[in-house]
Design a protein around this ligand. Structure first.
Ligand code: URP
Ligand code: ZN
Ligand code: ZN
Length: 480
C-alpha cells in the first residue's frame, strides 16, 4: 500500500520542515518537497496542517482484571479510540497475580492483545519474587522483547511490591539492561489511612484523595530513587502527580542519576475538587491512583514538563463504567481505580501546551511520542518521521476544534474526565504502518492489525552505569 501525504509541515522532536511524506509497505519511503506521485498511491492533502509521529501512550491498561472486575475497554476498542485521537502505539502492562507464573500471565496478555488495532508492547509487573521470577525476567528480556518492569508500591494485599521485591527486581533489571518503573505511593500508609477514614465514617469518594496524600507519593518516589541510586540502575516513575515526587526526581537528576518522569494528561488538567462533587457517580468516576491533586501540583507538573524534569505524557487509560464504580458505594477503597483518556491526550496537550505557549510544537512531539520511544528503546522505528521508520503518522489540523464529550468519544466507557473541554488542534488523519485508520472523523481501525513491538534491552546507558559502579566497587581492608 502506497500513500503520499502532500503539502504538510513535518514536525519531529528536533525539526520543523516542509516535506511530502511517501509511505510504502508500512514504512516511510521518501521525504522531500514536491515528491512525484507513484501510480496508484492514495493522496492525503496536508496543506496547512502538520505531519507528526503518531502518539505513543506508554501507560495504558486495556482489559485489565483489577479490583474484582475487568476494565471495560479491550485492546481493540481502546486502540481504535486511540487512533481517532492520533495515537498509534501503546505500551500496556502485564500484571501477574502474586504467585502467578510470570510467563503464563505474559502469554495471557499477549492473547488478549491480538485484537489490537494499533501496535503495542508490554511492561511486565513484578508482583512477587522467587527464582522462577528471576529466570522469567531473563526470558522476557532476551526472547520476548520486554525491556521494562513495573513495580506497584501501592495496592497492599494485592499487587504491591515491597522493598525486598524492589531490591531483587531492580538488581536483576540492571543485569539484564531493562528499565525498572514504579507506581510511587506508600502502600502501607494508604492502607492504614483507608482503614482510619472508613472507621471515622468517611466512606464516599472524598476519602480517596485523603487516603493518598502527596507525602505518600513523595516518600515512595524517594525510596525507589534511593534504592535505584544504591543499586546503580536507571528508574522511570509513572504518573507523577505531585510536586513532592517531582522534587525528588529533580534532586536525583541533579545528583547524576538517570531518572525519567511520566505525567498524565489528567493530572495536568484536573484538580481534586472532583472528589467533593455532590453526585456520587461523578465523584467516583474520577477515582484513580494517584488521585487528582490540588491546583498547585498541576502548576508544578506543567513546569516539570517544560523544564525537562518530566519526559513523557501518558493517560493510564483504565476504564470502569458506572456500574463497576458502584462496587465501592459503601467504601471508597473498593471503587475500581482508573480513568480514561487515550483518545484525548494529544488534543488536550496541544490545546493546553502548544496553544498556551507552554510547549513548542517540537516539545509536544518529544512529550507525546519521541521521548517514550527513546526511553523504551524503540526509537527511531517509532516516534520519528524519517526514511525507514514505521509510517505511524498523524496529520494534525491546528485549526480544527471540538468539545470533548462522552456523547461523541470512541472510548468504551460511560464517562469522560475532560467532558466539556474545548480543544483546538485535532487529528485529521491517522496512519498506522502506512494504513489510513482515521480520516476526517471516519474511524477505520482494523481489529487485529496491530503488531507486537519487541523492545531490545539497553546497552549504552547501562554500560555507563556499570562503569560508574565498578569505579565505586568496595575494596576489602587487608588485615594482618
Ligand atoms: O487508578 C489507576 N491508575 N488504575 C490503574 C492501575 C495503576 O495504578 O496504574
Ligand atoms: Zn499506577
Ligand atoms: Zn497504570
Amino acid at each position: 500500500m502506497t500513500t503520499l501525504i502532500r503539502g504538510g509541515t513535518v514536525i519531529t522532536a528536533e525539526q520543523t520542515f516542509r516535506a511530502d511524506v511517501l509511505c510504502d509497505d508500512g514504512k516511510i519511503a521518501e521525504l522531500g518537497e514536491d515528491l512525484e506521485t507513484p501510480t496508484g498511491a492514495e493522496i492525503i492533502d496536508a496543506g496547512g496542517q502538520y505531519v507528526m509521529p503518531g502518539g505513543i501512550d506508554p501507560h495504558t491498561h486495556m482489559q485489565l482484571p483489577f479490583m474484582g472486575t475487568v476494565a471495560s475497554e479491550d485492546f481493540y476498542t481502546g486502540t481504535a479510540a486511540a487512533m481517532a485521537g492520533g495515537t498509534t502505539s501503546i505500551i500496556d502492562f502485564v500484571i501477574p497475580d502474586p504467585q502467578q507464573n510470570i510467563m503464563d500471565a505474559y502469554q495471557a496478555w499477549r492473547g488478549w492483545a491480538e485484537k489490537s488495532a494499533a501496535d503495542y508492547g508490554f511492561h511486565v509487573a513484578i508482583t512477587w519474587w522467587d527464582e522462577s521470577v528471576d529466570k522469567d525476567m531473563g526470558t522476557l528480556v532476551r526472547e520476548e522483547g520486554v525491556n521494562s518492569f513495573k513495580h506497584f508500591m501501592a495496592y497492599k494485599g494485592a499487587i504491591m511490591a515491597d522493598d525486598e521485591i524492589l531490591y531483587n527486581s531492580f538488581t536483576r533489571s540492571l543485569a539484564l539492561g531493562a528499565m525498572p518503573t514504579v507506581h510511587a505511593e506508600n502502600g502501607e500508609l494508604v492502607f492504614q489511612l483507608q482503614k482510619k477514614l472508613i472507621a471515622e465514617g468517611i466512606t464516599g469518594p472524598e476519602g480517596h484523595p485523603l487516603s493518598r496524600p502527596p507525602a505518600a507519593e513523595g516518600e515512595a518516589a524517594n525510596r525507589a530513587l534511593r534504592m535505584a541510586e544504591v543499586i546503580g540502575v536507571p528508574l522511570y516513575i509513572v504518573h507523577v502527580s505531585t510536586s513532592d515526587a517531582l522534587e525528588e526526581i529533580k534532586r536525583a537528576r541533579s545528583n547524576g542519576q538517570r531518572v525519567y518522569g511520566e505525567v498524565l494528561a489528567g493530572h495536568l488538567m484536573i484538580d481534586d475538587s472532583v472528589y467533593r462533587h455532590p453526585d456520587w457517580q461523578t465523584a467516583a468516576a474520577h477515582v484513580m491512583s494517584p488521585p487528582f491533586r490540588a491546583p498547585e501540583h498541576q502548576a508544578a507538573l506543567w513546569k516539570g514538563l517544560q523544564g525537562g524534569h518530566l519526559h513523557t505524557t501518558a493517560t493510564d487509560h483504565c476504564c470502569f463504567c458506572a456500574d463497576q464504580k458502584s462496587m465501592g458505594k459503601d467504601n471508597f477503597a473498593q471503587i475500581p481505580n482508573g480513568t480514561a483518556g487515550v483518545e484525548d491526550r494529544l488534543s488536550v496537550l496541544w490545546t493546553h501546551g502548544v496553544g498556551t505557549g507552554r510547549l513548542t510544537v517540537n516539545e509536544f512531539v518529544a512529550a507525546t511520542s519521541a521521548n517514550a520511544a527513546r526511553i523504551f528503546n524503540i526509537y527511531p522505528q517509532k516516534g520519528s518521521v524519517r526514511v525507514g521508520a514505521d509510517a505511524d503518522l498523524v496529520v494534525w489540523d491546528p485549526e480544527a476544534s471540538k468539545t470533548i464529550s462522552v456523547k461523541t468519544h470512541h472510548q468504551n466507557v460511560d464517562y469522560n474526565i475532560f467532558e466539556g473541554m474545548e480543544v483546538k488542534g485535532l487529528a485529521s488523519h491517522t496512519l498506522s504502518r502506512g494504513v489510513l485508520t482515521f480520516k476526517d472523523g471516519d474511524l477505520r481501525a482494523v481489529k487485529g492489525a496491530g503488531q507486537y513491538v519487541k523492545r531490545p534491552a539497553f546497552s549504552a546507558a547501562f554500560d555507563a552505569l556499570a562503569r560508574q559502579a565498578a569505579m565505586k566497587k568496595p575494596v576489602p581492608v587487608k588485615r594482618p
